[in-house]
Design a protein around this ligand. Structure first.
Ligand code: SAH
Length: 213
């Protein structure tokens, strides 16, 4: 578990690329510069860690593309003490980025293999989400609700109503919505039954799955 000058240099180049692609939030860029993405990759793919691409991880899932991670995190507009729920822990990379911005992170993964692998990684890297849970993220995590922010890192075919209802008033949900292709959406809770809806760019995510397999 180490970082090197070479990886630091590659990260710097990646940050420049993210800026060119339109990411502006300096806090998001700073955190992405500091988190070693190679530690979250499959060992065989480590040399590609600072390419702006998604790569396979365990259980047929993927580590999100850095641009996508930056884009979603920027849309979250996370404040320092915000309580945030992440659906789809996957490799834990996006979780690590969230933990660089607030210490109140809850994250849920439904693939047991991936859950266990990432659990060990969090321990080794001393990353401490408030809770790393194994379960169905469609249900959110009611025990710690309501949240200031919710981020979904897999494609949701439908508006996830359960998650909307776990937002605080003023809270925001960022979710890729659609089946084959998704539009990034941001919902802001304006009242008990009142949500603002904004539509952003087009993406491709692995699907959010409701029941096991
Ligand atoms: N943020 C992750 C993205 C992983 S891909 C990363 O950068 O590594 C999406 C993840 O969502 C996968 O790990 C997948 O297993 C998980 N997932 C899919 N459906 C889910 C559900 N219903 N609840 C929780 N996690 C889910």
């Amino acid at each position: 578990m180490y970082d090197t000058i070479k990886y630091k240099g590659l990260r710097k180049q990646l940050i420049e690329l993210l800026k060119k692609k339109g990411i502006k939030d300096t806090k998001v860029l700073e955190v992405m510069k500091s988190v070693p993405r190679h530690l979250f990759m499959d060992p065989g793919l480590i040399n590609f860690a600072y390419e702006d691409n998604a790569y396979p991880i365990a259980a047929d899932q993927t580590i999100s593309q850095p641009y996508t991670v930056a884009y979603q995190t920027e849309l979250l507009q996370l404040n320092k003490y915000d309580k945030v729920l992440e659906i789809g822990t996957g490799s834990g990379y996006q979780t690590a980025i969230l933990l660089g911005l607030t210490s109140h992170v809850y994250t849920v993964e439904r693939q047991n293999l991936l859950f266990k692998k990432t659990q060990r990684l969090f321990e080794n890297l001393n990353l401490r989400p408030k809770k790393h849970l194994f379960g169905d993220g469609y249900l959110g995590y009611k025990k710690a609700a309501p949240y200031d922010r919710i981020i979904v890192t897999a494609a949701s075919p439908l508006i996830p109503e359960v998650l909307l209802n776990q937002l605080k008033i003023g809270g925001k949900l960022v979710v890729p919505l659609g089946e084959k292709e998704q539009f990034m959406m941001r919902f802001t809770r304006k009242g008990i039954n009142l949500f603002d809806k904004e539509k952003f760019g087009r993406f491709r995510f692995v699907p959010l799955l409701q029941n096991k397999n």
